[in-house]
Design a protein around this ligand. Sequence first.
Ligand SMILES: [Zn+2]
Length: 449
Amino acid sequence: MKKIILCIILSVLVSSVIFGISPAFAEDQFLLMPIRVQHGPTICAIEPQSDVKFPTLGKQLLDETEYAVIDWKTKLNEGLGRHPVWNISLIEVPLGQQNGFNYTQCDITIHYLPQPQENPNGFIATGVTIPNFETGKTNIEIYYLDIQSNWVKTEWTENGQGYYSYIDKPYYTGFVATSTQLGSTIRHEIGHSFGLGHYIVPYDRLHNIINGLEDMPSIMIDTVTVLGVKHYDITSLDIAQVKSIYGSGGFDNQAKQTSGYQRVYELSSSKSSYMPGEKITLDLNTNTFGERSFVEILVISSNDTMIENIVAYKTNSTIYLDGNYQNGKYLAELINPLTGDFDFTSFTIGTQNQVQDIVPTNQSPDIPSWVKDSSRQWASSEISNDEFAKGLQYLISNKIISQSQVSHLNHIPNWVKTNAGLWASGQISDQEFLRGIQYLTDSKIISVQ
Ligand SMILES: [Zn+2]
């Protein structure tokens, strides 16, 4: 059997605002993060619990953070001589001082963890920035374990023709990351906390960057995407972007202006309070969704830890969460990283009266009838695989089926095989083909086993 080689160097990225969904863009683009600091921010760096395996790590992380803050400050103030206007304060909070520390003074708090504690959708990341739209404060988590690329060969046959491709499924090695990874991640996450989104470059250019043929144009390129790249820096593009948001007078002298972002979508919880174990229903009103719109939904706990991270593509969807949450208050936030538009809502799990007599409801969520119809039509070839894939996407977006169920269903949907064939014979462009793969990785149909 003759093999056609589809050599795809693609990073399987975890979807989040923070880690970037990258629809195939034809040109460079700075995405948006609806976060604003109101004044010269105070960043609090919380020394992590000591780790016997890495005794000097806490000190190293605080040092890396100090260098990152100095780097941002220096570059923002470049050319201003003795009259710097960009003020950023850093408070390092060592282990011994964490009990009596006044956390209300922190606008941005940085925690350091080996890897994500809660692991929504099994995501792999070097760090995450979690905005709290209710309090206006931001929590950054830096994951200090090293991440390795892991290229996995995926094979399939179509009409007797063999195909294969390589897909990256990175993992944590258990060792501490390099100083380059830590330093660039901290700079990157601080960039998010100032309101910068990801800097997206077209695939060809990304390829050059990964291969060292081109410098990194921005510190805001998703750090997981460029694993192994040696030179990261806050660039003039990053500085220009901060100044385009706040003006040139610094964080403390912002021109009075609205952020320009709107709450054009509505995210609402069907109830303000749920019983433990009860299914949580979030309604998403996205009437203005265009062809390729998507939003990200973050659910965060009262200590600003990310519990869920969901991408929604469909207009006016309903999202069901399994409800295996601890009692407490949660915030659900919606972000459109292309427009910066956002909304948020909150709900609580458990009330004083309801905590007792817990009756877990194990009923399965409703599958809309159109999905069933489309499955039947697909089976009898009345509709295309593509249309069926949209149904699958709906189910995943709404957590009706989990990614593990999907990977049992099928390794790769037929429409991808078809696309691959068209691409191989030159009938569709690389961009179109990559978009298909991106779809798969975003929706995690190709998932880590
Ligand atoms: Zn990021």
